[in-house]
Design a protein around this ligand. Structure first.
Ligand code: GTP
Ligand code: MG
Length: 329
């Protein structure tokens, strides 16, 4: 943006100083404020019109760049929108098979590798279980002293956490202790390590690679050395061993119920249940069906947990898994 010889610009020392500042600026912010200064001090007359326009256009470009950067830096990869019947995070030491498990159970495009620290950002996928979908999130590894920044915050919003250890590795008790200690120090699970009644976030331990090495003995030793640990499930992402058992246990851990709704005289659609926390009532269901349903609800009838099919029930009736409900509004 040099001043051309023929231009009768009569630029002032303040302008040249601001231009110098622009030339030596290294950051976007500095460049923007130097250009703003140039625009403020430039003598405003015909001879500088072209130069003014040039400064304005540069300024607009840099400001746009700044906006883009801002939105980019506000993007938090650990903020994963919840989908399905529950959001469940897998955490654990490097190379234990977290990505392999998420890959085996969902269609997520995970990064599996035979070297540690293969996963650098969380990746979510949906795991089918019977007629619902549960969201699983693969994460970068934790180690004894270090965890990915943002992980603890994300786990606080989780519906359950799965601690993955490599059962084929003699170090699996240490992997488990270090992972649990991360969860305990961040107050994500209780000091008992997550025994029923104690945990803040429901937790299971997945002893992966149960197909390899001396995994059985290792799991035995781990159970003895970490007796306070949450329930341990031996499984294998590679062979599929115990993956079905794991899904059932996870469903029970999430403590949710599936409810089917039906129109009078019609069969319920059992492929798309409403999901409620255990203890949910007819009113909670009505709210999920439509925000204005609780107000309009005249009566409800139940098939399933009730004493007989089609029993009219009050709004505070506590539903059970797989109940069929007819809501009359
Ligand atoms: N034998 C056996 N190997 C497995 C199993 N699951 C994963 N592996 C292998 O273990 C290695 C690590 O698997 P990943 O799924 O990348 O492990 P990760 O925990 O995601 O690793 P990071 O992303 O580094 O934390 C790969 O070579 C997998 O093939 C399993 O059940 N059995
Ligand atoms: Mg991984």
């Amino acid at each position: 943006m040099e001043v051309k010889e023929h231009m009768p610009a009569n630029l002032t020392p303040q302008y040249y100083a601001a231009e110098e500042a622009f030339k030596s600026a290294t950051s976007l912010e500095e460049k923007i404020s130097a250009l703003e200064e140039m625009l403020a001090v430039i003598p405003k007359h015909k001879g500088t019109e072209k130069l003014q326009a040039e400064i304005k256009s540069r300024l607009a470009k840099l400001r746009k760049e700044g906006e883009k950067k801002k939105t980019a830096s506000h993007f938090d990869p650990f903020m994963i929108p919840k989908e399905g019947a529950g959001q469940v995070w897998l955490i654990g030491f490097p190379n234990t098979g977290k990505s392999s498990l998420v890959g085996a159970l969902t269609r997520a495009k995970v990064q599996v590798a035979d070297y540690p620290f293969a996963t650098s950002l969380p990746v979510a996928g949906m795991m089918p279980f019977e007629n619902i979908l549960i969201q699983l999130v693969d994460t970068p590894p934790v180690t004894a002293g270090e965890q990915p920044p943002g992980l603890a915050g994300a786990l606080r919003r989780a519906d359950a956490v799965l601690v993955v250890v490599d059962a084929s590795d003699g170090d699996c008790p240490e992997q488990l202790e270090a992972s649990l200690s991360f969860l305990i120090t961040r107050k994500l699970i209780g000091p008992g390590g997550g025994k029923p009644g104690n945990p803040c976030i429901p937790c299971l331990v997945l002893a992966n690679k149960a197909d390899a090495g001396s995994s059985e003995e290792n799991i035995e030793v781990m159970r003895e050395l970490v007796p306070d640990a949450p329930e341990v499930i031996a499984l294998s992402a590679k062979t599929g061993y115990n993956l079905e058992l794991f899904k059932t246990r996870l469903f029970q851990l999430l403590d949710i119920i599936r409810i089917y709704t039906k129109a009078p005289g019609k069969d319920p659609d059992r492929t798309a249940p409403f999901v409620l926390k255990r203890g949910g009532t007819v009113l909670d269901l009505a709210y999920q069906v439509h925000r204005d349903f609780p107000e309009r609800l005249k009566s409800a009838r139940i098939w399933g947990s009730a004493r007989f099919d089609g029993l009219p029930v009050p709004r505070d009736y506590v539903l059970a898994d797989e109940d069929v409900v007819e809501l009359n509004v």
